[in-house]
Ligand binder design. Sequence first.
Ligand SMILES: NC(=O)c1ccc[n+]([C@@H]2O[C@H](COP(=O)([O-])OP(=O)(O)OC[C@H]3O[C@@H](n4cnc5c(N)ncnc54)[C@H](O)[C@@H]3O)[C@@H](O)[C@H]2O)c1
Length: 283
Amino acid sequence: MAAAEGVVAPGRVAVVTGAASGIGLSLCERFVAEGMRVVMADVEEPALAEASAALAGQGGAVLPVPTDVSDADQVAALRQAAMAEFGAVHVLCNNAGVGGPHGPLWQIPAGDWEWVLRVNLGGVINGICAFVPVLTEQDAAHIVNTASVFGVFAGALGPYGISKHAIVALSETLHFQLQSHAPHVGVSVLCPGAVRTRFGSSARNRPAWAGQVPEPTDAERASADRFDQLSATGADPADVAATVVAGIRGQQFYILTSSNRNDAILRRGSEIVAGGPPAPPFP
Ligand SMILES: NC(=O)c1ccc[n+]([C@@H]2O[C@H](COP(=O)([O-])OP(=O)(O)OC[C@H]3O[C@@H](n4cnc5c(N)ncnc54)[C@H](O)[C@@H]3O)[C@@H](O)[C@H]2O)c1
């Protein structure tokens, strides 16, 4: 337990994906404030350059590495860059994520399914495969995978919610496996409620290969608007970063950032045991 307290500490090394904005950037700021050295990975190069220059200007030891987390080779190159610069990695935050459409599943274009699942779930898988061998070699290490509160109750946000449920399941499996293979490597799954970030415009990073963005239906627009409103009134990402650091230090596995979905989380368990069906997420 003492080891986990020591992974967020001066001289330790963190790798954060989705580091140029929102929750990822706040995590980097917090880790720098803790005296850590930070590898900042993001697909949005100008934003990454700006964010890393700002942190370096405040005296932070940061290394920006342009990375598309959906590409396993780029994540392997991220590990190489981190090791070449700092020689170790103690904290890995698989945080990069995108939204995508919320419409009926059977109407979601194949390109959107692929984009959302490759970034949100594939990005975490790539991070685990690239970094767990490095993390297990440290005296103590910790992995934080960013899911969503929409990953722990019966939400209905299309491929996004599905990817986040999968990240929770992945993190639980990883926890069990590391407990038996390398118990000095902790795992947390961050399940934020609404947070004030640039998440509502995540289509800015939608790749050309995903095809043309289809015109949203009225129902999809309403769902997206409701989601954006939730985000706009959400938590300060700096507070989320503080919650994450406390969660790492406290060996907390599920890290929630708000309590307003607790009833829905508890209801899910009861519904499963009782045979369902799930109640709709928005009353
Ligand atoms: N904001 C919220 O209300 C909220 C709630 C729950 C969960 N989350 C999750 O938090 C995480 C961070 O999102 P945020 O809210 O800070 O949004 P954000 O858009 O402000 O930041 C996300 C970052 O990820 C980067 N990114 C996108 N695709 C990438 C890729 N392929 N490779 C590398 N980087 C990529 C973006 O460039 C951006 O800098 C996401 O996983 C998101 O699903 C956010």
